[in-house]
Design a protein around this ligand. Structure first.
Ligand SMILES: Cc1cc2nc3c(=O)[nH]c(=O)nc-3n(C[C@H](O)[C@H](O)[C@H](O)COP(=O)(O)OP(=O)(O)OC[C@H]3O[C@@H](n4cnc5c(N)ncnc54)[C@H](O)[C@@H]3O)c2cc1C
Length: 262
């Protein structure tokens, strides 16, 4: 079975700052890690390979330093790594990212199953998995919490719902996005880390894919960011501590003073 896992490199901290002039993230000096949900995706791919055999390929679209994320996946046990990287991809929104990742996957030959994380912890949109499936014309199931059965022709999964879960059977090739309930990602072994150091990272650029150049990067992105800003810090407010009727009266007069209600 040919399994492709889509991974994203994300900041390893919530303390990222935004450049007030350009509105972009200040990435300098910020530690980067594999998106945590993608570690569950890698783990599930490895478990499926252990069960039915096959090859696990990891792919990411990002700048050259995203190579580190691919090496982490190799250290966990993935077989091959692909970095989709080109200046033409700069400024991609989720639409252009989904298009580019889908075209990158097309260069990998026969694919049976694509696994993505539920969402990236920085962009947080959860759009890229379903977007990739749509752009490849494949069926998909999002929010998978368990793979019950997998054969060459189909996969049966449990999809997490707000109350309980659905059991869904889908023909392959197809795509799933996974939630953290699905497994516990393994730690990289020493042997894996050694292998990762010297592993070949295959570069896919715009000219090595069959792409419509107009759909790449900023010009292929229908989303326009008008402004990014850090919300103003509000003052702590006033605590009213008293007997209940007194508190209600004070609250009422405060609300009236503010002119929120008449
Ligand atoms: C107008 C605009 C311009 C932007 N410009 C840039 C830019 O110049 N540089 C930049 O880095 N970001 C840029 N972004 C952000 C970028 O579009 C998103 O980070 C990217 O589309 C992924 O979206 P997400 O983080 O919401 O991922 P989600 O959709 O939440 O991710 C879900 C899953 O999809 C897979 N996935 C997500 N991203 C990738 C990836 N890159 N490679 C492989 N698999 C992936 C993973 O499995 C992940 O778990 C821009 C966004 C907008 C709106």
């Amino acid at each position: 079975m040919n399994i492709v896992v889509c991974i994203k490199q994300v900041p390893g901290t919530t303390k990222v700052k935004i450049n007030p002039e350009t509105g972009t993230l200040i990435r300098d000096g910020v530690e980067a890690v594999v998106n945590p949900f993608d570690e569950y995706a890698i783990e599930e791919a490895l478990r499926i390979r252990e069960k039915v055999g096959g090859v696990v390929k990891v792919i990411t679209m990002g700048p050259p330093q995203a190579e580190t994320a691919l090496r982490s996946a190799i250290a966990m046990g993935a077989d091959e790594a692909y970095l989709i990287s080109d200046r033409a991809f700069a400024g991609s929104d989720t639409w252009a990212t989904s298009y580019t990742v889908s075209r990158g996957i097309q260069t990998l030959g026969k694919v049976d199953l694509i696994i993505c994380g539920k969402q990236a912890i920085d962009g947080d949109t959860a759009q890229v998995g379903p977007g990739v499936a749509e752009m490849l014309g494949l069926p998909y199931v999002a929010w998978v919490r368990k793979v019950e059965e997998i054969t060459d022709s189909h996969i049966r999964v449990e999809r997490l719902m707000e109350e309980g879960y659905d059991v869904v059977e889908m023909p392959l090739p197809g795509l799933i996005t996974v939630v953290k309930e699905i497994n516990t990602p393994r730690m990289a072994s020493l042997k894996g880390k050694m292998k990762a150091k010297s592993a070949q990272i295959n570069i896919i650029n715009a000219s090595s894919m069959q792409v419509d150049m107009a759909r790449l990067g900023l010009k292929g992105s229908p989303t326009q960011v008008l402004r990014s800003f850090v919300p103003e810090r509000k003052t702590g407010g006033e605590k009213i501590k008293d007997e209940l009727p007194v508190m209600v009266d004070k609250l009422k007069s405060t609300i009236l003073d503010l002119g929120i209600v008449k």
